[in-house]
Design a protein around this ligand. Structure first.
Ligand code: YSA
Length: 332
């Protein structure tokens, strides 16, 4: 009697495994599960009939039937995860007669593209690219830029301070201007650098403000540098990036590290849009790095490439740059 049941179990096993090898969808797998493991399946029938077997056979058939049940359940789980991971679909989707398809390749981030374009424009005017650290010392971010601890201008930069066992003056730079001091400290004039880099401010985000964004800093120091050089350089920059007929406006502005200070706007469909801050490097900044303020003068400027890209590409919300949404990123 037990021989007959064991033969039945072996037949069920062979059939179940052979069926399993031929299916490739969740629906087919579910039918398989019902057929072999369901309440009305052959295996369940054998298990139900165990009580009718002679006592000696019950244990042997029961053990074998339960073993088979466990092994079919394992096969089921494995097949389910294989189908879900798409392995079957992928195997099926290979059609060697199809012509080759171009693999999808990535592209540069719109911020990177804008930064490269702006930096290139200044490289062509003789500015050398320099990069600095996003973690900065208070001294360079503020003090050497004529922004002492009690200066009200510090309020303009909502600073993210860093915890450190060795330093209590570490922060995430709020602008790229600290590189002015770092570059001048290490190099004698003439200096002409362009500094792209990431900045951080502890501030609320909105359509034109992010808490992390890029800036591009420019600095030129030499003998006889005047405000006319500043204007001429920035006019040339606008021509290169926005075309030859774009109108430009300078207005007075205040930054502690320049004197005089200006902001520059460009005409955008009849509206003046501010794109950067600039000015003649403050003698106190030159003095702090040991430059002879009787001999040397300089100009500096700082701009936000994401804001410039927003103008060029009619982007209405700066937060799109950092939300990693391919529907946005793949448009560039
Ligand atoms: C001014 C004079 C100089 O001689 C040199 C540099 C500067 C710029 C100064 N360091 C500065 O940070 N000025 S700023 O606060 O007005 O920022 C400059 C540019 O950075 C802005 O015009 C804007 O384009 C961008 N920016 C500032 N905060 C931002 C931002 N972009 C996105 N999100 C923010 N939260």
């Amino acid at each position: 009697m037990s021989d007959k049941s064991i033969n039945q179990l072996t037949a069920i096993k062979l059939e179940a495994l052979s069926d399993l090898g031929n299916l490739d969808s969740i629906d087919q797998l579910e039918n398989w599960r019902v057929k072999y493991l369901g309440r009305k399946g052959n295996l369940t029938n054998i298990l139900r009939g165990i009580s009718t077997l002679p006592v000696d056979d019950r244990k042997i058939v029961g053990t074998e039937a339960n073993k088979l049940r466990s092994s079919l359940e394992e096969e089921y789980e494995e097949a389910l995860s294989t189908i879900k991971s798409g392995q079957y679909d992928q195997v099926d989707s290979i059609d060697i007669t199809l012509p080759g398809r171009k693999p999808k390749i990535g592209r540069l981030h719109p911020s990177t593209n804008m930064i490269r374009e702006i930096v290139h424009a200044f490289n062509e005017m003789g500015f050398q690219t320099v990069e600095g650290s996003e973690i900065e010392l208070e001294k360079y971010n503020f003090d050497m830029l004529n922004i002492p601890a009690d200066h009200p201008a510090r309020d303009q930069w909502d600073t993210i301070w860093l915890d450190s066992d060795s330093h209590d003056d570490l922060l995430l730079r709020t602008h790229t201007s600290p590189m002015q001091a770092r570059v001048m400290e290490k190099n004698d004039p003439p200096v002409r650098v362009i500094v792209p880099g990431k900045c951080y401010r502890y501030e609320a985000t909105d359509a034109t403000h992010e808490w992390h964004f890029n800036q591009i800093e420019g600095l030129a120091v030499d003998e006889n540098i005047t405000f006319a050089d500043l204007k001429g350089t920035l006019y040339e920059f606008v021509k290169k990036i926005f075309g030859p007929s774009r109108k430009v406006r300078f207005r007075c502005d205040f930054f502690p590290f320049v004197e005089p200070g200006v902001d520059m706007s460009i005409d955008w469909n009849g509206r003046w849009i501010e794109i950067l801050g600039a000015g003649m490097v403050h003698p106190k900044v030159l003095d702090a790095v040991g430059y002879d303020t009787e001999k040397y003068t300089g100009f500096a400027f700082g701009m936000g490439p994401e804001r410039i890209s927003m103008l060029q590409n009619e982007i209405t919300d700066i937060r799109n740059f950092y939300s990693n949404d391919l529907r946005f990123l793949s448009q560039f």
